[in-house]
Ligand binder design. Structure first.
Ligand code: IMP
Length: 174
């Protein structure tokens, strides 16, 4: 199937916004240690860049969910494929998401992680498609609101491709 990519958010704009988000997080958790939890695989570049911007004492862990099975729409069923390695009880946790679309994945993750009694639980998402929400979990920090289009790049994939692009692009079928 022939496709083409239209750049939506440049590499420069992502880096600038990531630095702003790091400053905002530091302001709201002054002097506190932070645990960044990256949701695999889409958050890899964002977590890496955000983590290097943060001056706080930072731990990093990952978990992996599945609900898309490589396609373009959510199945609505969230499974945990890889759980955390660390115990987050009493810690300031920030879930790092690539994108919040229907909200189903994040809703599930917030509920799951809050049962583990973190000191605080916040979410930073690079992208948000507000118009496509089916459920409405809180997202404390949002990089960019985007239209309801399928996007790839900077960690986001279509059937595992395009994650390596340094920018975000809309994937269109010709
Ligand atoms: P949600 O559960 O519908 O909010 O979707 C969450 C996950 O779906 C994200 O973490 C992404 O991995 C994936 N996703 C949602 N929208 C897109 C998109 O436009 N491109 C690539 N992946 C997406």
């Amino acid at each position: 199937m022939p496709v083409h990519l239209d750049v939506l958010i440049s590499e420069e704009a992502i880096q600038k916004r990531t630095a702003e988000l790091a400053r905002q997080i530091e302001t709201e958790l002054p002097g506190e240690p932070i645990v960044l939890i990256g949701v695999l695989k889409g958050s890899i570049h964002f977590l890496s860049d955000l983590g290097r911007e943060l001056k706080a004492d930072t731990e990093i862990d990952f978990l992996q969910t599945s609900s898309y099975h490589g396609g373009k729409s959510s199945t609505g069923v969230v499974q945990i494929r890889k759980d955390l390695d660390i115990n987050i009880e009493g810690l300031n946790v920030i879930i790092v998401e690539d994108i919040v679309d229907t909200g189903i994945t994040l809703n599930h993750l917030r509920e799951l992680l809050s049962t583990r009694k973190p000191k605080s639980l916040k979410v930073v998402a690079l992208l948000s498609k507000e118009g496509s929400r089916k459920v409405h979990p809180s997202v404390e920090y949002i990089g960019f609101e985007i239209p309801n289009e399928f996007v790839v790049g900077y960690g986001l994939d279509y059937e595992e491709r395009y994650r390596n692009l340094p920018y975000i692009a809309i994937l269109r079928e010709d």
